[in-house]
Design a protein around this ligand. Structure first.
Ligand code: ADP
Length: 459
């Protein structure tokens, strides 16, 4: 057992602040790293110490520089590194190099990451434990001929996916053979640019699925639990916009079946730390595993609100060597995990819905957020006078509501999003309110095409 004294967060923005808060409550000193472009960003002031790194590197590359990050960590006597989400969070080499340098990596092992972070390999793991996967070809496409043959085997429409994919990149829906090869080439080059790996595969495209995912968490001793599901169907271009829990459209039986399947997959690799097992549920109510994310996710907040479990602190304590059923973590058994009420998260971004959601930048002259009973805020770089730069993602603040009923959680969220006052930079708040007010959303019935097929949301 090792009590961590200093943790470095290899990330920026809201997730860095979220992790610093978890550390401070545990009496752990926090170390931030930041790029030249982030020198005025809020997150670095929320850490106990912060260090400028990556001179001469591009703004994103600064946070991808494994050797320099580990060097700073060693120099500053850090015990552990938390990678957050994005950047190096799914990079097995980073996890491995941290451990080789004698620094704990807060997350799964590099071997688990290698297996579960790859969409082709993880589908094979799922099939082995009899969890349904979307019909497709579970091997990389090697040539144009392969692409044609595999697509014919699945039957159109199909979806091309990058094995290393994330954030909806490296993905193309193909409805007929004439579009296949162009889409294959463009998706492959997008994957190469985004992930450095361009292995592609093909699966059947489901027309109107729901995206349901399950939070799992395991310790170093093979104990694993799930923290129930999240409905993340409200997406724009395959990226999540609003997430909630419980998924009110699922029957109790279906929900239990999906959560049990998530645990089967996590158990198959003896998964350690927090992870998310993602499924699509088709219009006939059948569920299929799509991928596992071996890291903390943006939408972990809603699960925390209904279970009362601090997932980031649990990750830290697991890495220190505590068992799930220790007094420190206090998850004595699966039956101990109770879901209380409903929670909805809105991603408030500095994007302009009237201009195809283009990221907006500039000086924020006014920044006021909603608050009050039932509202949790996880902020990034918003404050009056802050500069929203074009270099990083446009997440401004996550507004998470909690209430005893789904409708009350919606009402609280609408009220809180309406309270947000920002000037100088455009935000998506009016769009979010339109979604929250929509009758299909209020019934919990949105599928992944909800945004693209409801033009009135943009008014
Ligand atoms: P990423 O890792 O890029 O987020 P995912 O595999 O998690 O990619 O898929 C993201 C989203 O893309 C899903 O939530 C869903 O909306 C859509 N999607 C993925 N696979 C399929 C499929 N076979 N059929 C229909 N939609 C899909």
């Amino acid at each position: 057992m090792k009590k961590f004294k200093r943790i470095l967060v290899a990330n920026r923005g809201e997730i860095a602040i979220r992790i610093f808060r978890a550390c401070h409550e545990l009496n752990i000193r926090t170390v931030a790293i930041y790029s030249e472009e982030d020198k005025n960003s809020l997150f670095r002031t929320k850490a106990d110490e912060s260090y400028l790194i990556g001179k001469g590197k591009s703004p994103v590359d600064v946070y991808l520089n494994i050797n320099e990050i580990i060097k700073v960590a060693l120099k500053k006597g850090v015990d552990a590194i938390h990678p957050g989400y994005g950047f190096l969070s799914e990079n097995p080499e980073f996890a491995k190099k941290c451990v080789e340098a004698g620094i704990a990596f807060i997350g799964p092992t590099s071997e688990m990451m290698e297996k579960m972070g790859d969409k082709i390999k993880s589908k094979i793991v799922a099939s082995k434990v009899n969890v349904p996967t979307i019909p497709g070809v579970e091997k990389p496409i090697e040539s144009d001929e392969d692409a044609i043959e595999f697509a014919n085997y699945c039957g159109y429409p199909i979806i091309l996916k990058a094995a290393a994919g994330g954030g909806g990149r490296g993905m193309r829906i193909v409805r007929e053979e004439s579009e296949l090869l162009d889409s294959f080439r463009s998706a492959k080059s997008e994957a190469k640019k985004a992930f450095g790996i361009d292995d592609m595969f093909i699966e059947k495209f489901l027309e109107n699925p729901k995206h349901i995912e399950v939070q799992v968490i395991g310790d170093k001793y093979g104990n694993l639990v799930h923290l129930y599901e999240r409905d993340c169907s409200i997406q724009r271009r395959h990226q999540k916009v609003i997430e909630f829990t419980p998924a009110i459209s699922l029957s109790v039986e279906k929900r239990n079946e999906i959560c049990a399947d998530a645990l089967k997959i996590a158990n198959a690799v003896n998964y350690k730390s927090a992870g998310t097992v993602e499924f699509l549920v088709d219009s006939g109510g059948r569920h299929y595993f799509i991928e596992m994310n071996p890291r903390i996710q943006v939408e972990h907040t809603v699960t925390e609100m209904v279970t009362g479990i601090d997932i980031v602190q649990t990750q830290i304590m697991i890495e220190e060597g505590h068992k799930l059923d220790s007094h420190e973590i206090g998850i004595y058994s699966q039956n101990d995990i109770r879901v209380n009420g409903y929670s909805i998260q809105c991603r408030i971004t500095t994007e302009d819905p009237s201009n195809n959601f283009a990221p907006d930048t500039g000086k924020m002259d006014v920044y006021r957020t909603g608050s009050g009973f039932g509202i949790r805020l996880d902020g990034g770089n918003g404050f009056t006078g802050s500069i929203i730069s074009p270099y990083y993602d446009s997440l401004l603040v996550k507004s998470t509501s909690w209430a005893r009923t789904f409708h009350d959680a919606i009402r609280k969220q609408i009220r809180a999003v309406k309270e947000v006052k920002v000037s100088g930079v455009k935000t998506n708040t009016a769009f979010l309110i339109n979604v929250l007010n929509h009758p299909i959303f209020q019934k919990g019935l949105c599928d992944t095409n909800f945004i693209s097929s409801n033009k009135e949301l943009f008014d």
